[in-house]
Design a binder for this molecule. Sequence first.
Ligand SMILES: Cc1ncc(COP(=O)(O)O)c(C=O)c1O
Length: 376
Amino acid sequence: MIPFVNLTGQREKYRFELEKAEREVLDSGCYIGGHEVESLEKELSDYLGGATRTITCASGTDALTIALMAMDLRPGDEVIVPDFTFIAPAECVAFLGATPVFADINPETLQISPKSVKKEIGPHTKGIIAVNLFGQCAPFEELREIAREHHLWIIEDSAQAFGARTNQMACTFGDISITSFYPSKPLGCYGDGGALFTAREDLAKKIRMIANHGSAGRYQHKIAGMNSRLDALQAAVLRVKLRHLDEELAVRRQNAAKYDAFFAEYNRTAAAGEKIIPQKIVAGCKCTYAQYTVLAENREAFIQKLNDASVPYCIHYPSALQYQPCFARFHKEVLGGIVWTEADHPDPNSVKVSRMAISLPICAFTNVDEIIEKLK
Ligand SMILES: Cc1ncc(COP(=O)(O)O)c(C=O)c1O
């Protein structure tokens, strides 16, 4: 069976380098912080052009939580988040007692819609979390304009897009930017891990304190923080993989071009209502293709085809976030005493897309030619 992300193929290729790095950490006696973590943070900053400070932590979800804490988010504050993405951005806002407000997406690029963000701004709005969904950069020029006009901050969720770029690198767009090193991410470790990035020295200091029990010096706790650390073993693995990231991203882009050509041909002969529409990547964006996501006009029929051909797939994501039961209390209509269901609402793009979206394997160790052959 073809794996959705071929992590064993990747390990096989870098085995010598990985085993050497892993052994050095295990033999060093230093498992938290120290040389590997400090070196990784420097190398990540250098990769991003040098002006950005990097603070590693225990996961992408922690990174978002810490970023919001660094922005002093309080109960009663509102943060605008995309309605179609992984749950973490909205979840972290709710976890801190604030209110996630869901903005619709562009149905072609699948990114947060600046027009919808504008509509959702109110007196309690403090900031925007923009997600570089599936590895493509969100529309930051327009978002920055809006943020400037309304005195909002921007947190860039680049969990799926470390290494993407437009006119600048992903992870340098936000007041604070974050990424995830979850194993299947374009830059992944062998457990959980994450990082925050900021060009602002004051925020970098505060973030480091929050991630380390609110402490600037041993047993001096200025603020209430948390324990969120990347361990040395993960840092060592990431340092090896970072050296190969650009080669891998180049292969992912070649794989995407193969799929694009295949689906263009596929759609020429597809019956009405059976087309497969790849996520539109805006000209000038170098996407990381965290996965290859398409909109299938008839998703059930396409799933049948994938199953028949033994091609793995994932559904990113099966529901618009505003309809997740954990967020029901945030519906304005619920607050007004009326329970608002998906069926009552004229479909936002996020809902339409959640019924059509499906992702295919694309990593640098996936044989996309074989998948295309199976689908012919
Ligand atoms: C867009 C987005 N944000 C945040 C996260 C959370 O990252 P982690 O799993 O490292 O907590 C993910 C993980 O899938 C993600 O896709």
